[in-house]
Design a protein around this ligand. Structure first.
Ligand code: ATP
Length: 240
């Protein structure tokens, strides 16, 4: 809905993110393009969250260059980001989902109608008038996804969207992500769950110590990554 121009490819050239002078990511150079779901995996603290936040523009890049195929402002409007712990407003489900559309200038009645359609698609059709804050963890994550998808983003970032969810809720979220990908949204998500990476990934990015050590089609990654660190990670060994 936001614009017709492709915002991809996203190019990162030697980007670094530093906190109080300390490097926490980079240098990273990569090109994000094409279709499908890219899954970011790696040990704790390897920089998965920081990479997603830097790509979307939440974390400032200290060095290097990031560019979308159109201006940053236009590109930003065509992206959504889902946090590990969804942020709920003190409103009902419908108005939470409608909010990004209202922010973009859509009339409230139209935005609410669009929100109801999105709520139904994620299985929250019967809950549109419930207060968002009383939902279960799985329902909150579905609401967050509906709100992220209501603007029909070209690119959707998700940071550990199924952390703390049970198998049933995880399956529902994965079904929604598959459907969004099939509908053309480019997805980039992090996960701790290698099983989830196997189920969802078209492409895998393996991070270690703030570096993207592997960026491969999923089949190639799981068949045998090139680096010792990724091999150890796949085997379940500690990666030091
Ligand atoms: N605000 C911050 N200030 C200082 N260091 C930070 C900050 N946020 C993250 N870090 C550090 O940056 C590194 C990368 O963190 P990040 O959260 O991106 O990793 P991650 O791979 O997502 O980790 P996890 O798997 O534990 O979620 C870690 O060493 C972390 O301790």
């Amino acid at each position: 809905m936001v614009n017709d121009h492709d915002i991809l490819p996203l190019r990162l050239q030697e980007i670094m993110v530093k906190r109080r002078g300390k490097r926490i990511l980079g240098p990273v150079s990569l090109v994000l393009q094409g279709k499908g779901i890219s899954v970011v995996v790696g040990p704790n603290g390897s920089g998965k969250t920081t990479l997603l936040r830097a790509m979307h523009g939440i974390d400032r890049i200290s060095e290097g260059r990031k560019s979308w195929s159109i201006s940053d402002a236009q590109a930003h409007a065509a992206q959504s980001f889902v946090f590990q712990t969804p942020i709920m407003m003190r409103r009902n489900v419908r108005d939470n989902i409608a909010y990004p559309l209202v922010l973009r200038g859509m009339a409230r009645s139209e935005a609410r109608a669009a929100a109801d359609i999105r709520a139904a698609r994620v299985g929250l059709g019967a809950a549109v008038l419930r207060a968002a804050r009383v939902l279960s963890g799985g329902e909150k994550q579905k609401l967050a996804l509906a709100r992220a998808l209501v603007t029909a983003p070209q690119v959707l970032f998700l940071d550990e969207p199924c952390a703390n969810l049970d198998g049933h809720a995880t399956q529902e979220i994965e079904t929604i992500l598959h459907a969004a990908s099939a509908a053309g949204t480019r997805i980039v998500m992090s996960t701790h769950d290698l099983g989830q990476a196997r189920r969802l990934a078209d492409e895998v990015l393996f991070l270690h110590d703030g570096h993207v050590v592997e960026m491969l089609p999923a089949a190639a990654f799981f068949a045998g990554p090139a680096s010792a660190q990724a091999l150890a990670f796949l085997k379940g060994d500690l990666v030091l």
